[in-house]
Design a protein around this ligand. Structure first.
Ligand SMILES: *Cc1c(COP(=O)(O)O)cnc(C)c1O
Length: 392
């Protein structure tokens, strides 16, 4: 008899979560009711940020964040090639050009040193400097924000943290999302992430102006604030579209689920950290490289990635998959997708990200993964990697 399959990621929905959603379904507001601002305030407070704008996905939050910072045609935005495509696509939605900064070979986050080198080269050769840089907190682990912030002051760019993997993590004493080192931080509430609203995302900021813009553009560019009206009010029904926005709203159904999930965020992150430490310990003597974590960072542990010899990667993936163990690869470097190659990107441009990609496998990592299930994963990884090397 085959044991039950183990997914690589899974949401954890409690009875309390179900009841919170049902209460909204039986109430008066399915969208644009009181649950969205309540959820926004709760997340902002837990992160220590002044404002939060809930939207229907992190992709939408990244788009609004770029727009709020004035990204437009002719601008350049830099991010990492080792991320989900949405971190780069957001700049293209605004008509801007995307470029990439290679990863650090040990932390797998955008390399602050490569960023410094690329900025100095651009300035020295008269190439365009970025208007916005989007570091991605890879696998839940914060980038070197202090260093990136210093560079932003030297080179005059703005910062959007793509923290889709990292809600519940910390950088120094600051929770990820505090925006202590950035203009805007974005979270994703997709079911594979740390906590979920089904689909959903949020943008946090300490700027009243940026929050106001993102809030307006999430709902068509409409304002009901008389202080912002361009024309005299026609009456109490009056509102104005003052610029072009979108329908990126989060529903009250989603917000109620998110608010309920938020109460278990630390529990989720604690368990993920225990699982990650157990994987680290079990793999210490195997030919595996795990993500290097600086001491002052607490990762939210969205993913647990192992790097193995390029020659073992496919075998490991296929063996685990055939054993009913959910595996994945995060990520195909963004610049190697056909839609980016047609913009001129090519293999060889970001060697650290490309080498990482040839060696990486994501193992199961989620709140409800039991110790016994994790033992099974570890046993199968061992079985593949302890096989004596075959002669080539
Ligand atoms: C999941 C993810 C996104 C997109 O999130 P959605 O909520 O699905 O739009 C963006 N960036 C990164 C790094 C992600 O992992």
């Amino acid at each position: 008899m085959n044991p039950d399959p183990i997914p690589y990621a899974h949401q954890d929905i409690s009875q309390t979560d179900v009841e919170a959603v049902v209460r909204v379904l039986r109430g008066d507001w399915l969208t644009q009711g009181p649950s969205v601002p309540a959820f926004e305030q709760a997340v902002a407070q837990s992160c220590g940020a002044a404002h939060a704008v809930a939207v229907n996905s992190a992709t939408s939050a990244l788009h609004l964040a770029c727009l709020a910072l004035g990204v437009t045609a002719g601008d350049v935005v830099w991010t990492t090639p080792m991320t989900f495509v949405a971190s780069a696509n957001c700049a293209r939605y605004c008509g801007a050009t995307v470029d990439f900064v290679d990863i650090d070979p040990c932390t797998w986050c955008m390399s602050a040193e490569q960023l410094r080198v690329k900025l100095a080269y651009a300035r020295g050769t008269g190439r365009p400097l970025p208007k916005v840089v989007i570091p991605v907190h890879f696998a839940g682990q914060s980038c070197d924000m202090m260093r990136i912030r210093q560079l932003s002051e030297e080179y005059g760019f703005r910062i959007i943290e793509d923290a889709s993997h990292a809600i519940g993590g910390t950088y120094g004493r600051a929770p990820v999302g505090s925006c202590a080192y950035s203009d805007i931080t974005v979270f994703s509430f997709h079911p594979v992430k740390i906590m979920t609203t089904g689909e959903g995302g949020m943008a946090l900021t300490n700027s009243t102006e940026l929050a106001e813009r993102m809030g307006r553009w999430r709902a068509h560019g409409i304002t009901r604030d008389p202080a912002r009206f361009a024309r005299p009010s026609d009456g109490p029904w009056y509102y104005e579209q003052i610029d072009l926005g979108f329908n990126y709203r989060m529903t009250d159904i989603q917000a109620a689920l998110g608010h309920s999930q938020l109460s278990r965020l630390q529990e989720f992150v604690d368990r993920r950290n225990v699982l990650a430490e157990q994987y680290d310990a079990a793999f210490a003597t195997l030919p595996i490289q795990s993500q290097q974590r600086p001491a002052h960072v607490r990762s939210a542990r969205h993913l647990y990635v192992v790097r193995v010899a390029q020659s073992s990667r496919r075998g490991l993936y296929e063996h685990l998959s055939a054993s009913g163990i959910g595996v994945n690869v995060h990520y195909i470097p963004v610049h190697l997708h056909p839609d980016y190659r047609q913009l001129g990107f090519a293999e060889g441009q970001y060697p650290q990200a490309e080498q990482y990609y040839r060696e990486a496998v994501s193992l199961p990592m989620y709140f409800a993964l039991s110790d016994a299930q994790q033992e099974r994963v570890i046993g199968e990884v061992r079985r593949v990697l302890m096989q004596p090397a075959r002669a080539a």
